[in-house]
Design a protein around this ligand. Structure first.
Ligand code: GCU
Length: 436
């Protein structure tokens, strides 16, 4: 691959600082070409072909060389650099209520401090089925409107940070009592507990608010602490990467909680939160299973897709979700050196379920099936099984391979029926794995 013009020195230095601190430094990353110098590739690129053009021939080569290379490529050309693992993380158990849901569950409220004063504090809510006797598998999810929106119990604190204006009870960008339990329909907690799982959830704004003009989360804190404003510049940051880092900090806590089975933690999210859940799983193999529900463009749909949301459209409406480099592919997605099948492949051999709705064409359900088809060779190569369906399954029928696919009638939403499928998929695939 010929070397072409490289990124600006400052951006590259900031990127290297972030990479080095996150423990995946590479001397070559700053030499990757500008987008215009990348060769066009019409179809979804084969994840098993390395940057140097050679094919991966052994699982060891995949895990030790190609996988880290793809992780760096995704950060360099699309998501921005994941913030580093904090040197000092503190877990504070604020409250434990063993009488939640009339005694059927235990509610734990944990604060995860990710650095000095001023760094994001993640308020993790963990709900476990009673009696808490043995470690249980857990769904870890990021929510839109605050933990208090998931259930009306007044002991769940209102989220303190910024909230979306369309969250019920939002007044001047902040949560009020009116929002309590307002999303309970999307989170069938009793059903999850009855099936033997716990639910952990945190609000995305604890890590970074979803605003195109403001970076007030983890990148802003790092830029300030390091005295390097470029760390929070569009060349380096991306809100989805920040949120994925939030998933990882919650993992830091969950793998240590003795009530949780550390080998059976699934990452779940809807829509933009689903894009995040998939990236989080691709970058952290402590996550045992990923369910990016209706995640669409920038998540589970192909960037090269021609249906629904385009790269140009997502970059225009949500420029802060991705880094500056991704915008350069607006008119030339064929130059991307990867597509979202490679993000799924980064999760291999761990199970991934794509769930969709027929009326949610914005998220390109058919394209999402093609993404799984193009990730399947990596799973097969690793001897992990793959996608069982040969074509998009009938509505309401789960294709239940380790790469799962499901499409139901209806709209862009997360429902109790969707959770029924998540639970069934987890029952079949989230079996105990050795902890790395
Ligand atoms: C918009 C956006 C999608 C995103 C969705 C959501 O529709 O275009 O990419 O998935 O919001 O997060 O709800």
């Amino acid at each position: 691959m010929p070397l072409a013009r490289t990124r600006t020195a400052t951006a590259a230095a900031a990127a290297t600082a972030l990479l080095t601190l996150s423990g995946c430094s590479t001397p070559s990353q700053v030499d990757w070409p500008q987008t215009g110098a990348l060769p066009p590739q019409a179809g979804l690129p084969d994840p098993l072909i390395r940057w140097n053009g050679e094919r991966v021939t052994t699982p060891r080569q995949w895990f030790e060389e190609r996988r880290p290379e793809l992780q760096r490529l995704f950060q360099h050309y699309m998501y921005g650099f994941l913030p580093p693992v904090p040197t000092r993380t503190r877990f504070e158990t604020d409250q434990v209520y063993t009488d939640f849901l009339g005694g059927r569950a235990t509610l734990k409220l944990v604060t995860i401090e990710t650095g000095e004063a001023g760094f994001p504090k993640i308020h993790l809510m963990l709900i476990l089925p009673n009696p808490v006797r043995q470690p249980v598998p857990v769904f870890l999810s990021m929510n839109f409107c605050g933990n208090h929106a998931l259930h009306s119990d007044p002991r769940i604190p209102l989220t303190r940070g910024w909230v979306y204006t369309n969250c019920k009870g939002c007044v001047d960008g902040h949560a009020t009592e009116e929002g309590r339990g307002s999303q309970a329909m999307d989170w069938p907690i009793e059903q999850i507990l009855q099936r033997g799982y716990g639910l952990a959830s945190f609000c995305s704004a604890d890590v970074d608010s979803d605003r195109k003009d403001v970076s007030d989360g983890i990148y802003a804190s790092l830029a300030k602490a390091w005295g390097r404003p470029e760390v929070a510049a569009p060349e380096n940051r991306g809100t989805i990467a920040a949120w994925a880092w939030g998933f990882h900090r919650c993992m830091d806590y969950l793998v240590k909680d003795i009530s949780v089975d550390p080998r059976r933690i699934a990452a779940v999210g809807h829509s933009r939160n689903g894009k995040t859940a998939l990236l989080a799983a691709a970058m952290d193999d402590r996550i045992a299973l990923a369910i990016p529900h209706q995640a669409g463009c920038g998540g589970s749909a192909p960037s090269r897709g021609r249906v629904g949301e385009s790269v140009q459209r997502i970059n225009t409406a949500f420029p802060h979700w991705f880094n500056a480099a991704y915008k350069e592919f607006n008119q030339s997605t064929d130059r991307l050196p990867f597509d979202q099948n490679a993000l799924v492949a980064l999760c291999a051999p761990r199970p991934v379920l794509f769930s969709n709705a027929t009326e949610d064409q914005w998220a390109n359900p058919a394209g999402q099936f093609e993404v799984l088809q193009a990730a399947d060779p990596v799973y097969r190569f690793l001897g992990a099984g793959g996608l069982e369906a040969k074509s998009v399954p009938a509505e309401g029928v789960l294709s239940d391979g380790v790469l799962g696919y499901y499409i139901r009638p209806g709209k862009h939403s997360m429902t109790a029926g969707d959770w029924e499928i998540f639970l069934t998929f987890a029952d079949h695939h989230m079996t105990a794995r050795p902890v790395k």
